[in-house]
Design a binder for this molecule. Sequence first.
Ligand SMILES: Cc1cc2nc3c(=O)[nH]c(=O)nc-3n(C[C@H](O)[C@H](O)[C@H](O)COP(=O)(O)OP(=O)(O)OC[C@H]3O[C@@H](n4cnc5c(N)ncnc54)[C@H](O)[C@@H]3O)c2cc1C
Length: 287
Amino acid sequence: MQQIIYDAAVVGGGIAGYTAALTLHNFRLNALWLGQPGFGEKLAAAEHVRNFPSYSGDGKGLAALLSAQSAREGIVLTPARIDAVYRLEEHFVLSENQTMYAARAVILATGVESGGSMTGEREFFGRGVSYCAVCDGALYRGRRIAVVISSAEFAEEVEFLAGYAAEVYAFCLYRDPAFRAPNIRIMQGMPRAVEGGMRVERLRLNEGELLVDGVFFLKHSSPPAALVGGLETEGAHVRVDRAMRTNIRGLFAAGDVTGRPYQYIKAAGEGLVAAFSARDYLLGKTE
Ligand SMILES: Cc1cc2nc3c(=O)[nH]c(=O)nc-3n(C[C@H](O)[C@H](O)[C@H](O)COP(=O)(O)OP(=O)(O)OC[C@H]3O[C@@H](n4cnc5c(N)ncnc54)[C@H](O)[C@@H]3O)c2cc1C
């Protein structure tokens, strides 16, 4: 079957991604919007949004308005958690497990994970640190691994890892974690650092250390450099210019993922600018 090559794909279901998808839709481009339903986990958590023009209320109320608008406009989210984005000749491939999507331009609107990264996490990415259970789980067959989990949503991915690893040490950032597999051990507290030599060898704990062959960080927003090879970043953020262009031609970024301030109106504005720039790129316009 012939694969559809979309004009543009937007990764991220928050306000930046939604605004980019809405703008591409208004340009009548064939755009694909990928992410988690609900307009971003942070929106559901916001108790009182006071600084979004014409709105005052809780995050859930704003999400309800966005939901009504997207239904009216016909903006459809395809539920997906993208593992990798790469260029293949003249278009990009976006993968989620075995599912592949193709688009000529991509807008990354994946947000940032609250709490930042752990010491050693970035240094050992690709050398024992992973953000994708499905992609890398099989590499740890019979090994000892640790998993740092930001939300109960990722519990199934931990169970998946336990199918390969001999032992899984689970550090959970939420209350009352529970797992089925007997080789998953729930740990107290949080590790302080990932350490090793050429590869991950251990986790530094508040007291002592834990010897492991790998560490999985399962969180809503993985670092953008882990998603797109060769993407220029500054710390946790994607480096962009004022047109939201990254160093990779045809790849744009918007919202919290490009840096502070972390605010809805900034995320929405950047989503719009990224969509304008993606359209210009598709039309072959360059500055
Ligand atoms: C408790 C709280 C209250 C806040 N209150 C306010 C406020 O009152 N006013 C204000 O202006 N700002 C507020 N903020 C900040 C605001 O939430 C953020 O600035 C805003 O959500 C950023 O939007 P975004 O679209 O860039 O990212 P996000 O809202 O974080 O959305 C990114 C989405 O992308 C998804 N994603 C990540 N990686 C992938 C992937 N690989 N594949 C698919 N999807 C992916 C994530 O799951 C997420 O759903 C608050 C934040 C918090 C935490």
